[in-house]
Design a protein around this ligand. Structure first.
Ligand code: KG4
Ligand code: ZN
Length: 334
């Protein structure tokens, strides 16, 4: 088979990124321009500022990606772009760029769902093995997905309210920790002990999750302690919070693996960078003879390498878009 080079484009939130991946497995070059420094002064991503920054950055990031690869668009087989879900203004910048390139250079255009990208970040670590269960844990998503084969997604359950990453960021905020709080809570948790009692949310037999109650419990606990003039032990609170998150995620995921008789697990999304979550899943998978793959830390959070990789399998699956492709802030994984 002739080599297939996919140019991936990701701009769904606050990262402008381009990547070229060969045959779905070999990363040629990836450039990520993050806006974290711009948004952290506001305590979170400001959509209007994010889309303006994407417009400012996008051509430079594309140029850098091509020059790092020592390639031109003529060498590219097809263009894959995140069309949703995400911030609409941010998504539109990537989608318009992809459509323009596809039209000008007469290349196939492949629409990629952002979560498919997060799932396929694992394919850059190790070729996915099926059937598998993917636990998707990011700033906007918490989902359990069953995949029988490449590019086939069946949702088993999802969060009924907040996403787990959002919960990490809100807990960080009440502790006066800068955005994005997830990595800092992870670090604090590793230094603390589980001393604060917090409720395990939606502790039932479904595959669904809930994090808004846990978020409120932490916020109320901090406010109550402050009103009483008590100091919060941030390390211990982070550890207690993270332990509850881990209990909820592992219980539902291990149940899904057992119920579906699946022996392959992958983690996906920004929160998959969490060391406590990785350690516990490693332990449980080894105990239960489950093969597991985690995305590299660098590609757990948003990047275009995952979009180019997913784009390769979407391309093989026959997924195509034309000049009418539109960005969408919410859409089902397909
Ligand atoms: O996947 P991602 O880059 O964006 C979305 O698609 O939502 O995920 C970003 C989220 C943020 O909420 C961030 O705090 C969280 O991932 N995150 C972490 C860690 N690294 C990133 N959460 C917990 N522990 C981490 N080490
Ligand atoms: Zn993401």
């Amino acid at each position: 088979m002739k080599d297939i080079y996919i140019l991936g484009i990701e701009s769904s939130c606050d990262e402008t990124s381009f990547s070229i991946v060969k045959n779905g497995v070999e990363e040629i070059s990836t450039v990520i321009s993050t806006q974290i420094d711009i948004h952290k002064q506001y305590g979170g991503v400001v959509p209007e500022i994010a889309s303006r920054a994407h417009i400012k950055n996008i051509t430079f990031v594309l140029d850098e990606c091509l020059s790092e690869a020592n390639m031109t668009i003529d060498d590219i087989t097809a263009i894959a772009v995140t069309y949703g879900p995400g911030l609409i203004g941010s998504l539109l910048v990537g989608v318009e760029c992809a459509k323009t390139l596809a039209y000008l250079y007469k290349k196939p255009l492949i629409p990629v769902h952002h979560i498919a990208g997060h799932i396929y970040a694992n394919n850059l670590v190790k070729r996915l093995e099926f059937p598998l269960i993917a636990l998707v844990i990011s700033g906007g998503h918490t989902e359990l997905i069953y995949m029988e084969k490449d590019y086939s997604f069946k949702k088993l359950g999802s969060t009924l309210d907040d996403a787990v990453g959002e919960c990490y960021d809100k807990v960080a905020k009440v502790l006066n920790i800068e955005y994005p709080g997830g990595p800092k809570i992870d670090k604090l948790a590793s230094l603390g002990k589980n001393t604060y009692e917090l409720p395990i949310p939606l502790n039932d037999d479904s595959y669904n999750f809930s994090f808004s109650g846990l978020k409120s419990a932490v916020i109320n606990l901090v406010h109550n302690e402050e009103q009483r003039g008590n100091l919060i032990n941030k390390e211990n609170l982070a550890c207690s919070f993270q332990d509850v998150v881990i209990k909820s995620l592992t219980k539902k995921t291990m149940k899904a693996l057992k119920d579906y008789n699946v022996h392959n697990l992958i983690l996906a999304g920004g929160v998959a960078a969490n060391s406590g979550i990785r350690n516990k899943f490693t332990e449980l998978c080894e105990e239960n003879n489950i093969n597991y793959t985690f995305p590299s830390i660098k590609y757990a959070t948003d990047n275009a390498a995952m979009i180019a990789t997913a784009g390769f399998y979407a391309y093989l699956d026959g997924k195509r878009a034309d000049i009418t492709l539109n960005a969408t802030s919410s859409c089902e994984l397909e």
